[in-house]
Ligand binder design. Sequence first.
Ligand SMILES: [Zn+2]
Length: 514
Amino acid sequence: MSSQVKLKTKLLFCIPFFLLVLITTTPSPLLAKDKLRVIFLETQQLEVSLPLHHWNNSDYVPLRQLADLLKCRTYYNSFARKIVLYMGNHRIKITALNPFVVVDELIFQLPVNTNYDDSGIWVPIPSFLELIENYYSGHFEYNPEQETLFIHREGINISQIIVEEKINGTLIRIQTLRKFELPNVATRLSHRWLYVDIYGGRLDTTQVRSNQRIGIVKKIVPLQLEEMTQLSFQLAQDIEKSAISVTNTDHEILVSLRTRHSVPHDLLLDLQKEKKKWLIDKIVIDPGHGGKDPGAIGPSGLYEKDVVLDIAKRLKKLLKKKLHVKVLMTREKDIFVGLRERSAFANRNGAKLFISLHTNANRNRRVKGFSTYCLGVARSDEDREIAQRENAVIKYEDSWAEYGDINTESFILQAIAQNSFNRESQELAALIQKNVKRYLKIEDRGVLQAGFLVLVGTAMPKILVEVGFISNREEERKLRTRSYRQKIAEVIFNSIKEFKERYEEGIVTEAASK
Ligand SMILES: [Zn+2]
């Protein structure tokens, strides 16, 4: 018995040792580490880099990092030291220390072996790129002297195709980089195949994954023609021409296929009601502080309450004029309003969105930047302090005892546990910060979270925007100017507009999938 055990362990010990020897001795030594500049020539130019190794007069790049850059999925079998690279419908198999590459069922030979180290498999360039170019929706140009790889992808305007199963059918979402007008989208049905022709379309075919059945779509075959992209969808059942409808947004072409087993009529009515319920048709803007509560005060005496009221008015004007939604404000003048009153006001009026506006402050006057907060547990002492400062307003309120002991945070934690619309709030916050980065020349502090009382109890997507540090001289100076306040209002407006489009569209599809 004991000798048997001994033998087994010996054997087990032997295998890894043998492998270790194999791995450490066979790969060619990778010498001269270097960096390859990779420049994407798309609608915008983007520069990144890849590690570059030289060996035996050949240049090598790490395959998995290359795949990430090209946004291709990979599957790595570390034991067999093989990588499968998925490009559109093609499977490209690469083996370590081997010149043979298998694409689907075809075998190709590279002029030299692939290489291998701890990080995985390295492939020789440009030969490997020349091979995969046949399956990639772009063109590679390698300049060995400058150690630069140019990837030409001009003109791609269809980025991805997503199929979703819904209760009343199947939804095909064709994601686009620009808006395609509906006359340029044609659909045709023939023998359980649905053809969608998109005139002027240029598809990134590497992003189409298609052999998986979702809803009634069994297979997708993408085809890039001279003047259009043609997508063919093989269907699992017959559908009527009248069951197909096509709609578009700025970034999507939506093809919905209603299947025969449709939802009962009353459920559809419910969905319509639900849709109406979630249309963002009423927005509450909450300019922080007011009256006896000035909020934070800048080094040269600018009041937070005045800055945020002015931005709120500008935002209201934009929303009313351009989005045609109803806009209410928790205060229109320089008056004091309690925190609980603010959220109650939004609830009472059936608001669909709650935007609280504040300016930030810090003892350290160098701190600056723009951040958007959602309700949540603060992740840093700094965020906790900011929430405490904004919550401190209740000391001005006569009924502050109603709030209980907020210093224990138990009250806020309880509210956070019931936090509704957190996902939507996070999304709106992210949109605002994205636009801040793009349009305001100001530090982007990102989407943060903390226990703001004013966000507690509002039953709708809700955020608190800290539009800058009034305690910072430079930002205080900017916040004084009308033009900068207008810019801030526009950034928030554009984000709300984008959110509204996504949200209303999302709710429809989400409600339909329940
Ligand atoms: Zn404030």
